[in-house]
Design a protein around this ligand. Structure first.
Ligand code: C2E
Ligand code: CA
Ligand code: CA
Length: 851
């Protein structure tokens, strides 16, 4: 049950409603209606009355509503314009669409459903939308159809010529005249008109539309409300005026007057269309996305190419740049646009450009993949860079080369570093000459080349004379200056194919190649070069203002010799150089085979010496010495080598080698130890406890910084009495700086050790020098004793030495006394100590007791 108040309200509203209706009836409403020719939907009869489906229905409504209809003839476009400007109030037969809905109002229930269809001559045989490609289609200008068709064609990717017509009749006329292939019309109108133009409907239906009466936006809403009300009432009844009208104009039965089959067809077509449209849209979106993606990719690729620290470019077959990345632009100082189309001739100097062209042509013409170093100089030839370039051909679908793609990396800095490293590894930093390593390498190559006997070469070992003296007196800086100047002078005598190297210190090596094949001629050539070198190096030098004269000794060997190896060749030249030194320096000497034999012997001796040292194959023999009364006062220890094959080897055969190889140091320690042990043995023997023991000390031993310490340690360790020990030194080892020498000798003397000068008279000691040394004893060299009786000069020397000894308070021993006559002569001259075969030969310790 509704509450009474609601019922009351409803009655009140009904009353108001009725009142309003009666008010409208009271003042007849004049309605301006646009009318154009669209039979059977809508048309103006000759008598000025509206007609057609829309016309008839409107007439009926107007009559019931009491409207006075004022038809305003216009063509389609004019009608639309007039409706939107308000010149007419109502326009029938308007298809609904979104854009129209913005300027017009429509009622709710569609008055008529319709669709568009194409009409053409039978011959044309249009079967589907695809057959519209490149056809001329007449269509109402500004119509929904025109818009729809345009989009439809576009989404199928079809091109067709849409001919805008003022009226559908005009469209049909154009087709009939052959000026258009087909005409789009709403189906109702088309079916009426087509037969009279001998056209027929093609099975291309599109755009099902709902047709309405329309008014200007926001105005005449009451007209639409009334229309809606009548239409909805009529559509409920199959016998209504509405249905009668439709039957009269088109013979349809249903309310919407569209056959069910057509609706199905339409629906399917619509679905297909939507699908096609959707598909097309999807396709378009995909294309758009793909394009965007490609653009993005291209963008990304460009970003990558531009941020790569390499020069990337594409050149066409005419060698013109088609693409370059940022680095290339920077290199040329130009924009991409300025570079494109240009060739390398415009950026590089002539040589560079022609080299680049050559490489490019290998790629473009021969299809090669070129991987090469390119040295590029700018146009003015000034700016030089080295690139590592890789160039590849680009081919089209047929495999034809249409361009090349290149990537070049600037390796200038890398190259320079390599050069630096190379310089450090293979060159002497002081003189800039090749070092030992490079020389050995080149010598190796030369030997390989010369081994085939096609060429002859020579190795010159150049050693500066007395360089150490210069270095020690004027300092290393001056020494370095001399080496640099020597290098410069030597370089002036070197041909391109020769190698001049500095081995280190003051040693240089010159390797000459391509000498005459006849050895005698080759020797002449080398002699010529060597002498020139000797002469050049002997010219005075200016070293920081000091005038300096230096000479050099040169040793030469020719190669290849028998089984030459790098080592051998170097050794031979070295050996020859020593020969030159022995020959008084400032000389050239050639290596000869006897020298080689000596070298070989020396080498095997050195091996044996080392081996024997390990095996302690060295013993001491002792040669006693006596006073003027014939009493035994001591003995000299003389080393012997018990060689496994050669038996007892005398010191003269191995001491020099031990000295030059440094083996004298371990050997000296061995001797010192044995000597100390012998002293201890004697000390325990009452008959021998007073004996002194002299041991020979080599220069290398004596100058060893630890010499004093070592002697002390040996004495302490053995328990030998230092007062019984005499160290025999030779003059030659005492030519060093005198102050440290005196200090060293004093330290030994402070322990009670005595010092003797061996082989005295053979050297060149100055008296002054001798006076300052803390010596105890002089030993007259054997050679003077030997010829004492036959050579008056030797006798004079012996006398002088004896006088010197007396003067300086030094004991003097004559050694090598072999005859009684010598002994007596010496005694007479005032000599008080004697050693020699006359008394005893060196022998094992056991023999001493019997002396
Ligand atoms: P040196 O120091 O002048 O030794 C004396 C050399 O003269 C010894 O030769 C000895 O055998 C020899 N001799 C001695 N009396 C006579 C003689 O009446 N007539 C002749 N013709 N010769 C005589 P040895 O033993 O062959 O030694 C040679 C040299 O070897 C030594 O000359 C010495 O300089 C060196 N030497 C020997 N033993 C050692 C050692 O233990 N250490 C060092 N550094 N050198 C040594
Ligand atoms: Ca001696
Ligand atoms: Ca001696």
């Amino acid at each position: 049950m509704k509450p009474p108040s609601i019922r009351l309200l409803a009655s009140l509203l009904l009353i108001i409603d009725l009142a309003l209706v009666s008010a409208v009836e009271a003042q007849p409403r004049s309605v301006k209606v646009g009318v154009y020719d669209n039979e059977p939907n809508y048309l103006l009869e000759q008598d000025g009355k509206l007609s057609g489906i829309f016309g008839d229905l409107l007439n009926e409504i107007a009559q019931q509503e009491g409207w006075q209809l004022l038809p305003q003839p216009c063509d389609w476009q004019q009608c639309l314009d007039q409706l939107s400007s308000g010149k007419i109030d109502l326009l029938p037969d308007v298809a609904y669409d979104e854009s129209r809905n913005k300027v017009f109002d429509f009622h709710t229930h569609p008055a008529l459903l319709s669709w568009s269809q194409l009409y053409s001559s039978k011959n044309l045989n249009l079967r589907s939308i695809l057959d519209l490609h490149e056809r001329r289609i007449a269509v109402l200008r500004s119509s929904v159809q025109a818009q729809y068709l345009r989009e439809l064609l576009h989404s199928f990717g079809l091109k067709a010529d849409l001919i805008g017509v003022q009226s559908l009749t005009q469209g049909f006329e154009l087709v009939a005249k052959g000026q258009a292939d087909t005409v789009a019309a709403n189906q109702r109108f088309g079916d009426v008109l087509a037969p009279s133009y001998q056209l027929h409907s093609a099975p291309i239906m599109f755009q099902p539309t709902q047709l309405f009466y329309a008014t200007r936006k926001g105005q005449n809403g009451e007209l639409l409300a009334a229309i809606d009300q009548h239409l909805s009432n009529w559509q409920k009844s199959p016998t209504s005026i509405c249905c009668q009208t439709l039957q009269r104009w088109g013979g349809e039965h249903s309310a919407h007057l569209i056959p069910a089959a057509a609706w199905w067809g339409l629906a399917i077509l619509l679905a297909l269309l939507t699908a096609a449209l959707g598909g097309a849209l999807l396709l378009r979106r995909q294309v758009r996305e793909k394009t965007q993606h490609l653009l993005d990719s291209e963008q990304r690729l460009n970003t990558i190419l531009d941020s790569v620290e390499a020069y990337i470019y594409i050149k066409d077959v005419q060698l013109r740049y088609q693409y370059v990345n940022r680095k290339v632009c920077e290199l040329f100082g130009l924009t991409l646009k300025q570079v494109i189309g240009k060739t390398d001739d415009e950026f590089f100097d002539l040589d560079t450009a022609s080299n680049l062209h050559e490489n490019d042509r290998r790629v473009l013409e021969l299809g090669e993949r070129v991987h090469t170093e390119e040295v590029n100089r700018s146009l003015d030839g000034g700016n030089e860079h080295t690139f590592l370039s890789i160039k590849l051909p680009l081919r089209d679908n047929h495999g034809d080369i249409y361009a090349l793609c290149g990537i070049s990396t600037d390796i200038t800095a890398h190259k320079k570093n390599l050069e630096k490293i190379n310089q450090l590894a293979f060159y002497d930093p002081l003189t800039g000459l090749p070092n030992r390593r490079l020389l050995l390498d080149r010598l190796q190559q030369a030997l390989a080349k010369h081994a085939r006997g096609l060429q002859q070469g020579a190795l010159l070992f150049i050693d500066l004379d007395n360089f150490k003296y210069l270095n020690d007196t004027l300092g290393h800086d001056v020494g370095d200056q001399l080496l640099q100047q020597v290098a410069l002078r030597l370089s002036n005598h070197v041909r391109a194919q020769d190698t001049l190297a500095r081995l280190g210190g003051d040693e240089f090596v010159l390797m000459l190649e391509g000498l005459n094949l006849i050895p005698a001629q080759a020797v002449t050539q080398v002699e010529y070069v060597s002498n020139k070198i000797i002469t050049a190096l002997a010219q005075p030098y200016n070293l920081s203002g000091h005038n300096h004269v230096s000479t050099a000794s040169v040793g030469v060997t020719l190669f290849p010799g028998d089984h030459s190896t790098v080592d051998e060749v170097l050794k031979r030249a070295d050996l020859a150089m020593y020969q030159a030194k022995s020959a008084g320096r400032n000389a050239v000497r050639f290596f000869d085979p006897q020298m080689q034999a000596a070298v070989n012997a020396r080498a095997s001796l050195e091996r044996d010496l080392r081996q024997s040292l390990e095996e302690q194959r060295f013993i001491l023999h002792y040669q006693p010495f006596f006073n003027e009364h014939g009493q035994l006062i001591g003995a000299e220890a003389l080393v012997r080598w018990q060689h496994p094959q050669r038996g007892l080897v005398m010191p003269g055969d191995f001491i020099p080698l031990a000295e030059s190889t440094g083996l004298i140091l371990p050997l000296g320690r061995l001797i010192l130890r044995q000597a100390c042990e012998q002293l201890v043995v004697w000390a325990a023997d009452p008959l021998l406890s007073e004996l002194c023991l002299a041991i020979n000390i080599s220069a290398k031993q004596f100058h060893h910084p630890e010499f004093v310490t070592y002697i002390r340690a040996a004495l302490e360790k053995s328990g030998a009495d230092p007062l019984r020990l005499i160290l025999e030194l030779t003059e030659s080892q005492l030519v060093e700086d005198i102050e440290p020498l005196i200090s060293k000798m004093s330290q030994l003397k402070a322990q009670g050790i005595r010092l003797a000068l061996d082989d005295f008279g053979a050297g060149y000691s100055s008296l002054n020098y001798l006076k300052r040394l803390p010596l105890d004893q002089l030993k007259i060299d054997r050679s003077f004793v030997q010829d004492l009786l036959t050579e008056p000069s030797d006798a004079a020397i012996v006398r002088t030495i004896l006088a010197l000894g007396a003067n300086l308070n030094l004991a003097v021993t004559a050694e090598g006394v072999e005859t009684q006559a010598q002994y007596e002569a010496l005694l007479q001259m005032g000599c008080r100590q004697f050693q020699g075969y006359l008394f005893a030969k060196p022998g094992p310790a056991s023999e001493i007791a019997r002396s």
